[in-house]
Design a protein around this ligand. Structure first.
Ligand code: PLP
Ligand code: COI
Length: 362
């Protein structure tokens, strides 16, 4: 791909590695530049890296009215050799195209998406946060730009990538287990819907439930399927639990559940972790009974932003609560977290192809 570079003047650009004041929030900071490519006249064109700034879009843009927009979330890590590596970015690129299919957006070849991400990180590499546990969060997204009030797929789009030097998604990081609200009031997705995509509208639809959860002191909602029988997801994470025998169970990837790259990775790592990792439909009633009977001793969520977030307690709308194990971070959860983050940060050998070095080109 031919990328045009319209970079900030050298004097305006970061010259030193980023040492932010503690604590570094998730998703707030931006780097100096962004990547943009347009879809016009039936093809993706005009790839460019430009200073990060507001962009002009038509007030009638389809994305603004009908939500034809999708995104991805990935991370890059700086290793001891000083180089930056993206983590499983090919999986994000593949899932972007799957989401694109679901909301009728034209695909972008995976290698082009990856090249865009790597070129942008290369330009802004000094923005890598030098704090323990921090990473460069990568946000690629596509949205419909055609000015039209008819409900139909847009004829034009923008593909963009922005970067955010970030700390943990949940402010306490891995130190404090989160709480989830078990409720039948809200559902994230339905069979035949868009739940298996990272469509922007799925997240708009989740806001009310997230705010409702906060009233009960919970970080998020544990989403059930529309029949309130099975566990589906935990906010913007896949859910998992671990039995007293050390088996990790992740709800099946039905079409109302996002196929988490973190979950897939833990499944692929089961031999290395020496843990049994299975997927099945998990009945909420059985789950609650098994937590009470201590047959389930650990639980949590898997996700790029949230990494591995232990859940210490589930709360209900009547104010009652259900503590998992002893409410602390369990040893299996810790083992998974350490192994997984060890791979990401280069301390544990990564399976082939999981990490890609950001080459120095600029
Ligand atoms: N489920 C939902 C609804 C999400 O938004 C995310 C975050 O991307 C995940 C699960 C976790 O997916 P991944 O591990 O690929 O980040
Ligand atoms: C991610 O984990 O990357 C996500 O996309 C979740 C997000 C909505 C913060």
């Amino acid at each position: 791909m031919d990328i045009k570079y319209e970079l900030k003047d050298k004097t305006q650009r970061r010259t030193e590695p980023l040492i932010p004041n503690e604590p570094l929030p998730f998703g707030v900071l931006r780097t100096d530049h962004m990547f943009i490519m347009d879809y016009e006249d039936g093809e993706w064109q005009n790839a460019r890296i430009v200073p990060y700034e507001d962009i002009a879009i038509s007030p009638g843009a389809i994305a603004l009215h009908y939500g034809q927009a999708i995104f991805e979330g990935a991370k890059a890590f700086q290793h001891e050799d000083g180089e930056i590596y993206t983590f499983r970015i090919d999986k994000n690129a593949k899932r972007m195209n799957k989401s694109a299919d679901i909301v009728c957006i034209p695909n972008i070849p995976e290698e082009i998406q990856i090249e865009a991400v790597h070129a942008l990180i290369d330009v802004d590499r000094l923005w890598f946060p030098q704090q323990e546990g921090a990473s460069l969060y990568i946000r690629p997204f596509i949205f419909a730009t055609q000015d039209s009030l008819g409900v139909h797929p847009s004829s034009s789009y923008k593909f963009m990538v922005i970067l955010s030097p970030s700390g943990p998604y949940y402010p306490a990081g891995f130190t404090k287990p989160i709480k989830l609200l078990i409720t039948e009031k809200f559902h994230r997705a339905a069979p035949g819907g868009t739940g298996s995509s990272k469509a922007a509208g799925n997240y708009a639809a989740s806001l009310r439930a997230g705010e409702f959860a906060k009233k009960f002191g919970a970080s998020q909602v544990l989403y059930l399927d529309t029949t309130n029988t099975y566990i589906e997801e935990a906010g913007a994470m896949n859910h998992f639990h671990i039995t007293k025998d050390g088996e990790v169970v992740i709800p099946e990837f039905v079409d109302s559940v996002l196929r988490s790259i973190t979950s897939e990775s833990i499944i692929e790592l089961s031999d290395k972790l020496e843990m049994k990792v299975t997927q099945k439909r998990v009945k909420i009633k059985e789950f609650i009974e098994d937590v009470k009977d201590k047959k389930i001793t650990e639980a949590g969520g898997f996700g790029t932003a949230a990494v591995i977030s232990p859940v210490g307690e589930y709360v209900f709308e009547d104010g009652s609560s259900l503590v998992v194990g002893n409410g602390e971070i369990g040893e299996n959860t810790k083992k998974i977290y350490e192994y997984y983050t060890g791979i990401q940060t280069g301390k544990v050998e990564a399976p082939k192809g999981w990490l890609r070095k950001v080459e120095r080109k600029i």
